[in-house]
Ligand binder design. Structure first.
Ligand code: HEM
Length: 67
C-alpha cells in the first residue's frame, strides 16, 4: 500500500468535505448530490453502499455538514 492509498483510506479525508469546492479524488463539485452518488455508485476503489435508504444517505450528509 502506498502513501496515496493510506491517505484515501483515512476517514479524516471526510473532514470538511462539503466546505471545499471539489471532491478530493475525482474533482467533481463537492455537493450533497455527488456525495450521495459516491455512496451508491462509488468512483474507483471505494466499496458501494447502494443498500442504504435515501433517508440514511441524507443523515450521513447532515452529519458531514457538522464538521
Ligand atoms: C459514510 C461513509 C463514506 C462516505 C460519505 C465516503 C465518501 C467518499 C468521498 C466523497 C470520496 C471522494 C470521491 C471523489 O473524489 O469523487 C471517497 C473516496 C474514497 N473512499 Fe469513501 N466514503 C465513505 C466510506 C468509505 C469506506 C468505508 C471506505 C473503505 C472501506 C472508503 C474508501 C474510499 C476510497 C478508497 C476512496 C478513494 C477512491 C479512489 O481513489 O479509488 N470510503 N469517499
Amino acid at each position: 500500500m502506498n502513501t496515496g492509498d493510506l491517505y484515501n483510506l483515512n476517514p479524516l479525508m471526510l473532514k470538511g468535505i462539503l466546505k471545499k469546492p471539489r471532491l478530493p479524488v475525482s474533482k467533481k463539485p463537492a455537493t450533497p448530490e455527488n456525495i450521495a452518488n459516491q455512496l451508491k455508485k462509488p468512483y474507483r476503489r471505494m466499496p458501494s453502499f447502494s443498500y442504504l435508504a435515501d433517508e440514511q444517505i441524507s443523515n450521513i450528509i447532515d452529519f458531514l455538514n457538522t464538521f
